[in-house]
Design a protein around this ligand. Structure first.
Ligand code: D9Q
Length: 115
């Protein structure tokens, strides 16, 4: 017998997918530039250029603190990582290429897990 879908249910499933996706991003070989916040003291220009810094450890913290309402708000923060990377890094740079690689991987995986 089909169980009634409550808002909580669909949210729970969405959050389970967030946990799966975040674990895969953290484990990706090209994730190293994105694992922790960019050190704004060590990276000249970053503070001025990037208005909304984001990284995987911050997303992990927000997920742990139940700050993501649904899969969409989680996806928005992940995309912020890649958009910041494209803004600050040349495409033809190690970190720039890493950002493109991670975005391709993420786009493929969340569409496979589509909520
Ligand atoms: C995403 N992003 C990252 C950096 C960066 O330098 N990350 C530090 C990388 N860590 C240094 C020691 C271990 C790894 C610079 C620009 C940028 O857009």
């Amino acid at each position: 017998v089909k169980k009634a879908k409550t808002a909580k249910d669909s949210n729970t499933h969405g959050l389970t997918k967030c946990r799966v996706l975040l674990a895969e991003l953290e484990a990706h070989p090209d994730a190293w530039p994105f694992l922790t916040p960019v050190n704004q003291k060590a990276v000249p220009g970053y503070r001025k250029v990037i208005k909304k810094p984001m990284d995987l450890s911050t997303i992990r913290e927000k997920l742990t603190n139940n700050q993501y309402l649904n899969l969409e708000t989680f996806i928005a923060d992940v995309n912020l990582i890649f958009d910041n990377c494209e803004k600050f890094n040349e495409d033809d740079s190690e970190i720039g290429r890493g950002g493109h690689s991670m975005r391709r991987f993420f786009d493929k995986r969340w569409t496979e897990l589509l909520d």
